[in-house]
Design a protein around this ligand. Structure first.
Ligand code: BES
Ligand code: MN
Ligand code: MN
Length: 461
């Protein structure tokens, strides 16, 4: 049986199995969900065994376990290493969900007339990771597995993959492979398949501004002492100039500039600014002068406040000057910016622009390195051929604005290229309320993946 008929025959079961997986709230950021995260690793282990892996183990780490599985059919054949994550983002704000985040429902949408599964993790990344488990099931059940396979599914991607770095260093041999296959990104549109050829890096920091030693009456003291919230807003606004360029000295020094040809090539991808604005309900786009929307969100670095708090935010009004104000700030980085260096530059600059009336603390969180992969590698060509088989179209290479910090580390530690075959849409609302994954996309992913194995094995000969 070919992959298309197998998917057609088993689609209801494939959907039901994913729905069950989505019911477990594997929120890695919140310690209250520890047992659920661990339980999810066990469910993945069993699904890999059922899909035909010969050996599956739950590998303990200083953090959440990594599920490792393999089927080695012949050491002389190539080995594909599949990476994915079983942890999910917190569902907050919960009141903005139309249905509970861990009670999956299937609903039709304009872009998903066949239905989409609504649940936290549906697209990022349980749904996309599970496509690989089901593709494996197809290959083993139909005697259609052409090479060796290894699976490495982690539970800390959404919190920085710290244990995975630890695991890589200790298991280079075990994880040896010829290509790494990942579905944790998106594609341009259902009729415009694309392969992600770049990811941005990240520097994430938290800042704390302290004014007076206690909260003050805003009438008795207002106007005479620095208000940390006012000051924080002022400092943040200074981080970008009128052209929306970041003002941190040295920030752009190492940024890779694309050639006019490369930018012209990028601009060929189908895109409508009007549809983009309409989908987001915005009157106008916004960003760094001299760049298009698709350049701003992929090949250019950014600085965004992710959260800001302090003072009184409860019901009604309270007249107060808070002692402290806070913000969480992320900087998306591009090749060849070094995230440690950028974090240092930020810290120095942010401290230097603080007025004397406040104290400023910068606490670095996690970070990650950007990634770009060429389109003439064996892995890229095999992926391209796979999409041609199932979509009848050559996929477009596309650099994404998101980050999967571990991908740069794979190249460094395991010396292999990662191929990013994502099947989600930008509108699938990952990390947001009402995250969903199109049933069509899910099934198309399962159908396409085995074609990658076939082409990669043939091209490796
Ligand atoms: N799967 C996403 C990254 C992604 C999504 C890349 C869509 C490209 C297209 C991943 O789970 C994620 O959310 N990464 C975080 C970084 C991480 C260190 C928390 C991100 O990009 O914010
Ligand atoms: Mn993800
Ligand atoms: Mn994510």
């Amino acid at each position: 049986m070919n992959t298309k008929s197998y998917v057609e025959k088993n689609k209801d079961r494939f959907i039901n199995e994913l729905v069950e997986l989505l019911k477990i709230p594997s929120i890695s950021a919140d310690p209250a969900y520890k047992d659920d995260v661990i339980k999810t690793s066990e469910v993945i282990k069993n699904s890999l065994l059922e899909a035909g892996c010969d050996k599956v183990e739950i590998c303990e780490t200083p953090g959440y376990p990594i599920v490792y599985g393999e089927k080695i059919i012949d050491p002389n054949l190539p080995t594909v290493l599949v990476y994915g994550h079983y942890d999910v983002q917190p569902p907050d704000p919960i009141n903005l969900w139309d249905s509970p985040p861990f009670e999956p429902v299937i609903k039709k949408t304009d872009l998903h007339p066949e239905g989409a599964i609504f649940a936290r993790g549906a697209c990022d990344d349980k749904g996309q990771m599970y496509m690989h488990v089901k593709a494996m099931e197809y290959m083993t059940a139909n005697n259609d597995l052409p090479c060796n396979v290894k699976f490495m599914i982690e539970g800390e991607e959404e919190v920085g993959s710290e244990s995975l770095g630890w695991f890589l260093e200790r298991n280079r041999e075990k994880l040896a492979n010829d290509v790494i296959l990942i579905s944790d990104t998106g594609m341009i549109a259902k009729d415009v398949p694309s392969i992600t050829t770049g990811l941005r890096g990240l520097s994430y920091v938290e800042v704390e501004v302290t004014g007076p030693n206690r909260d003050l009456h805003s009438g008795l003291y207002g106007g005479a002492v620095a208000n940390p919230i006012n000051i924080l807003c002022d400092m943040i606004s200074q981080l970008q100039d009128e052209d929306n360029r970041i003002t941190i000295p040295g920030f752009y020094d190492k940024v890779e500039e694309l050639s006019a040809e490369e930018r012209a090539e990028m601009a060929k991808a189908p895109f409508s600014q009007e549809a983009y604005n309409k989908a987001l309900d915005i009157a106008q786009e916004h960003g760094e002068k001299g760049y298009t929307t698709n350049e701003r969100n992929s090949i250019r670095p950014t600085l965004d406040v992710n959260g800001i708090w302090g003072g009184y935010t409860g019901e009604g009004a309270k007249t107060v000057i808070a002692s402290k104000a806070y913000a969480k700030i992320s900087m998306r980085l591009v090749p060849d910016q070094d995230w440690h260096e950028i974090t240092d530059l930020f810290k120095k600059h942010f401290e230097s622009i603080a007025p004397a009336g406040v104290k400023v603390k910068v606490n670095p969180h996690h970070g990650g390195t950007a990634y770009v992969t060429p389109i003439d590698s064996l892995g890229y060509k095999a992926a391209s051929a796979a999409y041609e088989d199932t979509f009848g179209k050559t996929p477009i290479p596309q650099r994404s604005g998101g980050s999967i910090p571990i991908v740069a580390l794979f190249e460094k530690e395991l010396n292999s290229k990662s191929i990013l075959m994502g099947f989600g849409l930008d509108s699938d609302a990952i990390h947001s309320p009402n995250e969903h994954f199109g049933v069509w996309n899910y099934l198309k992913g399962i159908e396409t993946i085995p074609h990658f194995y076939k082409h990669f094995t043939e091209m490796s000969k």
